[in-house]
Write a protein that binds this ligand. Structure first.
Ligand SMILES: *Cc1c(COP(=O)(O)O)cnc(C)c1O
Length: 365
């Protein structure tokens, strides 16, 4: 068996150690004679798996005691509807900061449920930057402010944590879609009312969505909100109101344990900085490739880049495949290439990519 370096934006590479452990436990988890996929979600074995996963995530992200961690389904796009259904409340106005494809989709979905005010947008730059807090224009009484703090497609990451107290609006809950950089860097959870992320970028298999929500925001759902998506109902049932994505939670739990063995979020952040510096550093100095994102807002997780001579794109991708580097084609709306280098991608994989980039440039430059 030979594994390749997988730069997929999601579902994305998982730590090999985790996959090996899951393979070993596939038929018989801890001597119970059945695998995790076959267990009742109400069994004491599965309840121990979910409780450990939650405790590990709480520890890794230093989630304060007045926040609930929910294991949900529906993905990031599901949350685009579930958030307004839970939080828009009676005044039905919410403010959105638009910095790329994902937040643009979020604000569009929210319009089904109420009034959306665009508090700031970087559309004029072609979504290559992030408006500073000073540029955010909030409406008079929004139910929440929404941002996507890592735009997976554009490769744009907030260089600051949104903090509404800085603009005198600390009473408004900040909601963030952190799907593609959760656990890649520290977050001060106390600055947010709610954080959500699909698991398939930086945590585990598709099908699991993580929601971290401040307790005072529970119980505000619209009467039209499906019970299975009402945060209060999900919280009261310990994420077991309906059958949760059990196997995805189990794999996420193994990833959390793996992350703790790496030294937790500060250690993985240091790795992520080293990986990003290696890749951007090479691209910038090459004269052959380019990244077009504002340097201060470049994502550590998703690195879109272009060959200056785009007629070489097909040869580039074919050669990459031969060198054992896959999923480098850029998103169709952006074009060019994109390398996603989440937590599970080791420095060695990024080095292999840079070696190939250099070699390809030398042959075609
Ligand atoms: C991938 C992604 C989504 C979409 O997630 P689905 O699970 O496909 O619904 C939403 N937001 C961000 C930032 C993403 O990276």
């Amino acid at each position: 068996m030979s594994r390749v370096w997988n730069f997929s934006a999601g579902p994305a590479a998982l730590p090999e150690e985790v996959l090996r452990q899951a393979a070993e436990e596939m038929l018989d988890w801890h001597g119970v004679g059945i695998g995790v996929m076959e267990m009742s979600h109400r069994s004491k074995e599965f309840v121990s798996i979910v409780e450990q996963a939650e405790a590990d995530l709480r520890e890794l992200m230093a989630v304060p005691a007045n926040y609930r961690i929910l294991f949900m389904q529906g993905g990031g796009l599901g949350e685009n509807a579930i958030v307004p259904l839970n939080l828009m409340g009676e005044h039905k106005v919410a403010d959105y900061v638009v910095t790329g494809s994902w937040s643009a989709k979020s604000q569009k979905e929210a319009r089904k449920y109420g009034t959306v005010n665009i508090a700031a947008t970087s559309e004029a730059s072609g979504y290559t930057t992030v408006p500073s807090m000073a540029q955010w224009k909030l409406s008079a009484d929004p139910a929440y402010v929404f941002a996507c703090t890592n735009e997976t497609i554009g490769g744009v990451e907030y260089p600051f944590e949104p903090d509404l107290t800085q603009i005198g609006r600390g009473e408004v809950p900040m909601v963030a879609d952190v799907s593609s950089h959760i656990l890649s860097r520290p977050f001060d959870v106390s600055k947010y009312g709610l954080l959500f992320g699909g698991a398939q970028k930086n945590i585990g298999p598709a099908g699991l969505t993580i929601v971290i929500v401040r307790e005072d925001l529970l119980g505000k759902a619209s009467p039209h909100c499906p019970s299975a998506f009402d945060y209060k109902t999900v919280a009261e049932h310990g994420s077991m109101y309906n059958t949760p994505p059990t196997y995805a939670i189990y794999i996420a739990g193994l990833v959390f344990q793996w992350l703790k063995r790496q030294g937790g979020v500060p250690a993985i952040e240091a790795q992520n900085i080293a990986k990003a510096n290696l890749l951007y550093g090479y691209l910038d100095g090459s004269g052959f490739y380019e990244n077009r994102v504002d340097r201060a807002c470049r994502s550590r997780m998703n690195v879109p880049f272009f060959l200056k001579d785009e007629s070489l794109n097909d040869a580039f991708l074919a050669g990459a495949r031969e060198a054992g580097l896959v999923q480098l084609k850029g998103h169709k709306t952006v074009g060019g290439m994109r390398a996603s280098i989440y937590n599970a991608m080791p420095l060695q994989g990024v080095q292999a990519l840079v070696d190939y980039l250099r070699d390809f440039a030398a042959r075609h430059g």
